[in-house]
Design a protein around this ligand. Structure first.
Ligand code: 6R9
Length: 784
């Protein structure tokens, strides 16, 4: 089955590394990998790119990587200025120097500048430059709607024209260089269009994910005080219509109470969801996009901006309640996103690229919009996962039972058998009122043992959809349907989606060809080796390398990532640093540790894509990122490096558990749990423990249909004991039909820690949860 990629059975020799302390730690380290005499013979999990793949790759070998990496570290100015001058258009070159930096709080204010004095425009480089190069008729965006069959395309020239029209409109209503524009849109083509239009005129965009509440939107608007908000009237999520404009209205009345007034609210009529007549309107402030934008000219002069002028603000959550406005500037971000995209995905002009992220997150900024378009790529923009998670209320007539008992669910429709709920649920769950989230449905069996999914399909009822993340509308094969439809070659997604689809079963995958795929990508959290293997073997037919890209909103682009043709992969490892990035692992005292080690992940020196400040709060920027370990940028993540120099992210360091003096990454325990055949997802937190200091508390989601039992509990614990050691055995297993996640799919451990320590009155802000019901469900299940 594995023609192109050789697995461990026929590996090439790789040197096992002896530590060689040196200033340029990585270089000597990687040299040792190449030159290494010893073999990593016990390594069973090395996956090599095929010679065929490597031969055609931008970076075909570890040697070539090393040569380029070496130069990027020894001569960053030369390395990056070569790329910046040869692959981008600059109205004026930077001067006098390529970059200047101070990352050491002891030496003064933190400052990072790249290509300062140069003037350019990222929209020009994304669009005009590609059109001028003769690629005007190439598809820039394939748009795929939530509803199969609703789709559209824009070529580079068409996209340019639309961007110019909007840019002209924005100028008309008084938006100038340096003004901020908030964009609150779902994944319509208008979202990247709006970002690019702002960039074209030098305005600073701040995209707010369209799943955020009015309150969160208001908080962000109050912080960045935009001149305009761009939104749409409504969006369909399954059969439900969400009135986005109402949310914006509520946010804007909240901000004007606080004396922050927004004069312009440009509203796109998303008539697939709702007609304009039913939209609330404030004359003078609100304007329909369709009424004004298309009447504007299709060409628009570019506003040339300084490389260090701000491009966008993106709010991200920190440890306090107040979101942080991460600020990225133009030149460095442009060079960095384009270059990382090209190398980490081994991008070629013939590729069709699909990233499942929403533009409301950094991944959607850097790797749906800017990185790919700067490379002239054809990008699939997918409207997203709008869940149909409710069973039509008319179908359920009665529900008998109490907590802790089996519950019988009677359905009004004619049916041959009754349904039986297997599990322990609190009768106040929303499904008592006729709403059954899928996670609960997965525990419901027909009395005769048939799965309710089959039953519902058989009776042609509306299929309830998963609560989270994975595109499963109309079914769990949707991703692969889209891959086949557009012949996607590069598919970039998140572990949570992988795990969710893995749970739904291989049959949804193998029914599609997926032959076009050549590179897969993962981002957002550590990917468990078992999910990695499923992604690799089932989705990629053991043929496509996986780029597990570690990076952050703050870093702008990939930091630690495979270059798929250059070196072997280890499932679950983000591998090696990108060009120009010097990752450093430090201990509690901030002392750099070399060789095989485990500690806090920092970065030495700056890179072009680094964020320059937190908007309006440079002090918080310094305190959060540069003071914990003076001299370095502190990522907030834990990381270990193995004997071959591979990096393994262990999760946020606040997730590190110290059990009887053993430092255990939550991700390690989670990986062990998830390797259990009946466990699909796990989240581990530390709880206070009288004897051990901290105990391990594990939330586990089981394979669909598997009941939780004492026997299973024991076998989960045994799995961890066997894989990591007795010290890592969880003290408590908490069955979790669903886990609390943010809308971008990250597990909210803060809440899990409160549940684990039974501090139920201190759950804090749960407004950013994708599904707040999950929390109540977990509390109910705490003692079973
Ligand atoms: C791009 C993005 C950043 C945090 C980061 C880390 C986690 C992201 C990861 C990963 C392990 C990867 N993270 N990618 N952990 N392996 N490949 O997600 O940005 O939303 O700011 O989150 O996500 O913990 O610190 P952001």
């Amino acid at each position: 089955p594995n023609e192109n990629l050789k697995t461990s059975n026929n590996v090439r020799h790789v040197g096992s590394v002896k530590t060689q302390p040196s200033d340029a730690g990585y270089i000597s380290h990687l040299n040792a990998v190449i030159l290494g005499e010893a073999l990593a013979s016990e390594e069973i999990d090395l996956i090599f790119p095929s010679d065929e793949f490597s031969r055609q790759a931008h970076v075909p070998s570890l040697e070539k990587y090393l040569e380029m990496y070496k130069r990027s570290i020894e001569d960053p100015a030369g390395f990056w200025s070569d790329i910046a001058s040869s692959e981008f258009y600059w109205k004026e070159k930077w001067s006098p120097q390529v970059y200047s930096e101070n990352l050491d709080v002891r030496k003064g204010d933190i400052k990072i500048e790249w290509f300062k004095g140069g003037s350019t425009n990222i929209c020009y480089n994304c669009l005009d430059k590609n059109v001028e190069a003769g690629n005007g008729d190439k598809i820039a965006i394939y748009w795929e709607g939530n509803e199969p069959g609703s789709d559209g395309t824009l070529t580079y020239i068409q996209l340019l024209r639309k961007v110019c029209q909007l840019a002209n409109y924005l100028k008309d209503v008084g938006i100038r260089k340096g003004d901020t524009v908030v964009i609150y849109l779902p994944m319509l083509m208008e979202l990247p269009i709006a970002m690019l239009a702002c960039a074209r005129i030098g305005a600073v965009h701040s995209v707010v994910f369209a799943g955020f509440s009015a309150e969160s939107l208001a908080q962000r608007i109050m912080d960045c005080k935009p001149k305009a908000v761009i939104t749409c009237n409504a969006v369909k999520r399954g059969s439900k219509v969400i009135h986005l404009k109402d949310i914006v209205d509520a946010a804007l009345s909240e901000t004007s109470r606080n004396k922050v007034c927004v004069d312009v609210c440009l509203t796109y009529e998303n008539n697939l969801a709702m007609k304009r007549e039913s939209t609330n309107w404030q004359e003078g402030r609100d304007t329909w996009w369709q009424d004004v934008v298309p009447t504007h000219p299709t060409t628009c002069e570019v506003e040339w901006v300084n490389a260090e002028d701000p491009l966008f603000l993106l709010y991200t959550s920190g440890s306090t309640g107040k979101p942080k406005g991460v600020l990225h500037t133009t030149g460095g971000y442009m060079v960095y996103t384009a270059t990382t995209f090209k190398y980490a995905f081994d991008y070629k002009p013939s590729d069709v690229y699909w990233c499942t992220a929403d533009c409301g997150w950094i991944t959607g900024h850097s790797y749906v919009t800017y990185g790919p378009l700067l490379n002239g790529a054809s990008v699939v923009v997918y409207e997203g996962v709008w869940m149909e998670n409710l069973l039509s209320s008319s179908t359920i007539s009665s529900l008998d039972g109490v907590l802790g008992r089996e519950i019988t669910l009677k359905v009004r429709k004619q049916m041959p058998e009754d349904l039986m709920v297997v599990g322990l649920f609190k009768p106040t769950f929303p499904w008592v009122h006729g709403l059954i989230p899928d996670v609960i449905l997965s525990r419901i069996r027909l009395i005769n043992g048939k799965n309710i999914r089959e039953f519902i399909e058989h009776h042609n009822w509306k299929m309830p959809e998963d609560l989270m993340v994975a595109p499963n509308y109309p079914d769990s094969g949707r991703c692969w349907d889209i891959v086949d439809k557009y012949r996607v070659t590069i598919f970039y997604t998140a572990p949570t989606l992988v795990r969710s689809l893995m749970r739904d079963g291989d049959e949804f995958v193998i029914r599609y060809s997926r032959k076009s795929l050549r590179v897969l990508g993962s981002v957002g959290e550590p990917i468990n080796p078992s999910a990695w293997r499923w992604f690799f073997n089932v989705v990629g037919d053991s043929r496509c390398p996986i780029s597990d890209t570690w990076w952050q909103t703050e870093t702008g682009g990939f930091m630690i990532t495979p270059l798929p043709g250059a070196w072997p992969l280890k499932p679950g490892s983000a591998t090696f640093p990108f060009f120009g990035v010097q990752p450093v692992i430090v201990d509690e005292k901030g002392v750099e540790i070399e060789g095989e080690c485990n500690g806090y992940l920092c970065v030495k020196g700056s890179w072009p894509g680094a964020f320059r400040t937190l908007y309006g709060d440079h002090e918080r920027y310094e305190t959060t990122y540069f003071k914990p370990f003076p001299g370095y940028y502190f990522s907030g993540d834990g990381c270990s490096r193995d004997k071959d120099g591979f990096h393994w992210l262990t999760g946020r360091v606040d997730d590190v558990i110290n059990v009887s003096g053993h430092r255990i990454g939550t991700a390690e325990v989670e990986s062990a749990l998830v390797s259990h055949p009946q466990c699909v997802e796990a989240a581990v937190v530390g709880v206070e423990h009288e004897v051990k200091g901290q105990g391990i508390y594990a939330f586990v989601t089981l394979v669909e249909g598997v009941p939780y039992s004492e026997e299973l509990r024991k076998s989960l614990i045994l799995t961890v004991r066997n894989q990591i050691g007795a010290f890592a055995a969880p003290d408590k297993i908490h069955w979790a039909p669903g886990l609390p996640k943010t809308r971008s799919g990250k597990i909210m451990r803060r809440i899990l820690r409160k549940i684990a320590s039974r501090q139920l009155n201190e759950l804090g802000d749960t407004s950013t949860l994708a599904d707040p019901n999950v929390v109540e469900q977990l509390i109910t299940l705490a003692d079973c």
